[in-house]
Design a binder for this molecule. Structure first.
Ligand SMILES: [Cu+2]
Length: 203
C-alpha cells in the first residue's frame, strides 16, 4: 500500500466578527460671531458634522496635515453667508483641528473621531548599520508622522509626513564616525506621541 500524503485542508476561516455598525449620526455645530458652538465635539467614525452659519463672514476649514480635510470656504466671497450650512462625514479616527479662515488666530474648533486604539504607534523597531549609513525600520500599527533625531557624532533631524500602516524604512546616510544616540517620535492622528530610542556607533 502506498503511503498517502494527507494534506489537511487549510481552514483559514477568518471570521471577522464585524461589530454591528452603529447607525451614523448627524451632529450640529452652530457658527456664530467668532465662535463654533460647541467648540469641541466627540463623534464616531461614519458620523457627519453639519456647520450651520448663523452669522455671516466665517468658514469651517481643517488645519493642514490631518487625515481628512474640508473647507466650507466658497470661492466668492471667501466666507459663508448667514443661513448657509456645510457638512462633512468623518471616516478616519483621529483628532481634528479646524479654524475659520478670516479669524484663524482665535476662532478654532476641535473634533475627536472615535478612540485611539493603540498605546504605541509602532512595533518591531530595528536599526541596521552598514558603512556610514544607518537604516531604521519599523511597522506602523496606525498612521503616524515620524521625526527622527540623531545626536552625538552626527546631529540630524529627519521628518516624514503622515505614513500609513505597515513596514517602513528610514535611511540616514553619510554619518560621521563615532557614537550616536537617537529617538524616533511617532505622532498618531490623535496627536499622541510614542518614542523609540536607539544608539550605536559608526566605525
Ligand atoms: Cu470667523
Amino acid at each position: 500500500m502506498r503511503p498517502r500524503l494527507l494534506v489537511a485542508p487549510l481552514a483559514l476561516l477568518a471570521l471577522f466578527a464585524a461589530a454591528a455598525p452603529a447607525s451614523a449620526e448627524d451632529h450640529q455645530v452652530n457658527v456664530v460671531d467668532f465662535a463654533f458652538q460647541p467648540k469641541s465635539l466627540e463623534i464616531n467614525p461614519g458620523d457627519r458634522v453639519i456647520w450651520n452659519f448663523f452669522a455671516p463672514g466665517h468658514t469651517s476649514t481643517s488645519r493642514s496635515g490631518q487625515a481628512e480635510s474640508w473647507n466650507s470656504d466658497p470661492p466668492d466671497p471667501g466666507f459663508n453667508p448667514a443661513g448657509a450650512s456645510f457638512a462633512h462625514t468623518f471616516d478616519t479616527p483621529g483628532r481634528y483641528q479646524y479654524i475659520c479662515i478670516p479669524h484663524q488666530f482665535f476662532m478654532e474648533g476641535v473634533l475627536q473621531v472615535g478612540q485611539d486604539e493603540f498605546r504605541r504607534s509602532y512595533s518591531r523597531f530595528r536599526q541596521t548599520g552598514r558603512g556610514s549609513s544607518l537604516s531604521l525600520s519599523f511597522r506602523l500599527l496606525e498612521p503616524a508622522m515620524v521625526t527622527v533625531k540623531l545626536r552625538g557624532a552626527t546631529r540630524r533631524t529627519v521628518t516624514r509626513r503622515r505614513l500609513g500602516l505597515g513596514r517602513h524604512r528610514i535611511r540616514l546616510a553619510r554619518l560621521r564616525e563615532g557614537r550616536y544616540r537617537g529617538t524616533a517620535t511617532f505622532v498618531d492622528d490623535f496627536d499622541k506621541p510614542s518614542v523609540a530610542g536607539f544608539s550605536g556607533a559608526i566605525r
